[in-house]
Design a protein around this ligand. Structure first.
Ligand SMILES: [Zn+2]
Length: 383
C-alpha cells in the first residue's frame, strides 16, 4: 500500500509523463509540502436581523478576511515572534492555509486575524484609529508540516467587526469593475481607495449610523446596528456612490431625518434611494431591514398606504432603481450599466439621472417604454 506521500508522488510522476509541463507543478508541490503551515476555518457568530425580529444567532465563515502567520524559530520562549506570512481566507469557505515561506520547524506558531480584507476594506476601532480589530488563534508548539487549528471562532466581543468585513464582500463582488481590484472605474489617485468602517461597542457622543461625508469619509457604526446587513450595505452604498462620483456626492438637503416612504428632497431621495437600492440589490431582495429585524418593503405604487408620491421620496427612487435593474428589466438584467454611467456622469438627483443622464450612457439607457412605465408605477413623472 502506498503512503499518502508516495501516492501523491506516483500521481505526480504519471502526470509528468503525460504532460512534461506538470513536472514544474509537482516540484513546487513537494516544496510546499515541506513548509510549515497552520490551517483551519475562520468563523464568526452574529445575530441575523434579516431573519426577522427574533434575530437568531447564526455562525458564518469569515470570507476573504486578513490573516497573518506569526512564529518563533528559536527554542527560547522569550524570543520575539516574527510575522512569517500574510494572506486572506478562502472566498467561499473561510478556510485558511497559513504557511511559512521557508521550510523548517517552528518552536511556536499562531495565526493573527484582522478585521479587513487586503487593503480594500477594513473595520477599525475608532474614528481616528488606523488599527483593525485583531486576535490570535491558539498557539502551536514545535510545528512542522501541516497542523490544523480546526474552526477558529472570532471572540464574541469583536464578532460584529468580522460580520461587517464579511458582508462587504457582497458589494465588492457586484462592484462591476472587471479590469481592476479597485472598487470603481473612477479612482482619484493611482491606488485603490480603501473603504473604512468604524465600529465601537457603544455609540460615541457624536452618534453613529452614517457615512461621515466630508469628515473622516468613514462609515460610523456602533453596537447592534451591524446585525442588519441592509444597514451595512446601505452605508457602504453611500461610500460607493461617493467613489463612483470621484469622491463627491450631491449636497443632500432636508435629509435629517429621512424616511423611506416620506418626501425629503430630490438630492436626499437620490442618495438615500441609491443606498437603499444598493443594499437590496446586493442582498437580492426588495427590502430595507433595520437592526431590530423590522423590514420595510421597497415595492410600492400609487395605492401603497402611507407613502408620499414622487421623486423626492427615497423609497420611490429606490424601488424604481431595483425594477430598472431587475433580471427581466429594461437595463439588461443588472445595475452594471447604471454603475458605468455613474462613474462618468454624476447626477444631482433621480430626475437628472433618468431624464438627462441615462440617454448619455453608451449605449443609451432607455427612458421610454418599460423604463418609463416602471418609474410611473412608482409615482415618478418624467415629464
Ligand atoms: Zn443613508
Amino acid at each position: 500500500m502506498l503512503t499518502r506521500r508516495n501516492r501523491r508522488a506516483a500521481a505526480c510522476l504519471t502526470a509528468a509523463l503525460l504532460i512534461p509541463l506538470t513536472l514544474t507543478a509537482c516540484t513546487t508541490e513537494s516544496h510546499a509540502r515541506a513548509r510549515t503551515c497552520l490551517t483551519g476555518t475562520l468563523a464568526y457568530d452574529h445575530r441575523d436581523a434579516e431573519a426577522g425580529p427574533a434575530k437568531p444567532l447564526v455562525t458564518r465563515p469569515a470570507r476573504n478576511a486578513n490573516w497573518e502567520l506569526w512564529g518563533r524559530t528559536s527554542g527560547h520562549s522569550d524570543a520575539p515572534g516574527r510575522k512569517l506570512a500574510t494572506g486572506i481566507t478562502d472566498s467561499g469557505s473561510g478556510r485558511f492555509r497559513a504557511c511559512a515561506k521557508e521550510p523548517g520547524t517552528l518552536r511556536e506558531a499562531h495565526v493573527r486575524f484582522r478585521s479587513g480584507s487586503t487593503d480594500l476594506w477594513r473595520v477599525v476601532r475608532s474614528r481616528t484609529s488606523q488599527q483593525e480589530y485583531a486576535f490570535d488563534s491558539p498557539s502551536r508548539r514545535d510545528v512542522s508540516a501541516d497542523q490544523s487549528l480546526g474552526t477558529v471562532k472570532v471572540p464574541a466581543a469583536m464578532s460584529n467587526a468580522w460580520h461587517i468585513t464579511d458582508t462587504l464582500n457582497l458589494l465588492y463582488w457586484k462592484r462591476d469593475n472587471p479590469t481592476s481590484a479597485c472598487w470603481t472605474r473612477r479612482q482619484v489617485t493611482g491606488r485603490c481607495d480603501q473603504l473604512t468602517f468604524v465600529w465601537t461597542r457603544r455609540e460615541a457622543a457624536e452618534g453613529a449610523g452614517y457615512f461621515d461625508l466630508g469628515g473622516t469619509n468613514r462609515v460610523i457604526a456602533a453596537g447592534d446596528m451591524t446585525d442588519s446587513e441592509h444597514f451595512v450595505l446601505h452605508e457602504a452604498g453611500h461610500w460607493f456612490q461617493w467613489q463612483l462620483y470621484g469622491r463627491d456626492l450631491p449636497d443632500a438637503t432636508n435629509c435629517d431625518p429621512h424616511y423611506i416612504e416620506k418626501r425629503s428632497s430630490g438630492t436626499c431621495a437620490w442618495t438615500e434611494g441609491f443606498a437603499d437600492a444598493t443594499a437590496a440589490y446586493v442582498l437580492g431582495d426588495h427590502r430595507y431591514v433595520d437592526e431590530t429585524g423590522a423590514e420595510t418593503s421597497l415595492e410600492n405604487d400609487a395605492t401603497t398606504p402611507g407613502w408620499d408620491p414622487g421623486d423626492e421620496v427615497q423609497g420611490r427612487v429606490g424601488g424604481s432603481l431595483l425594477d430598472l435593474w431587475a433580471k427581466d428589466g429594461p437595463d439588461g438584467g443588472s445595475w452594471n450599466r447604471t454603475l458605468r454611467l455613474m462613474a462618468s456622469e454624476p447626477s444631482a438627483d433621480f430626475r437628472e439621472y433618468f431624464t438627462v443622464d441615462r440617454p448619455k450612457a453608451s449605449p443609451p439607457l432607455s427612458t421610454t417604454g418599460s423604463a418609463e412605465a416602471i418609474v410611473g408605477r412608482h409615482t415618478i413623472s418624467t415629464r
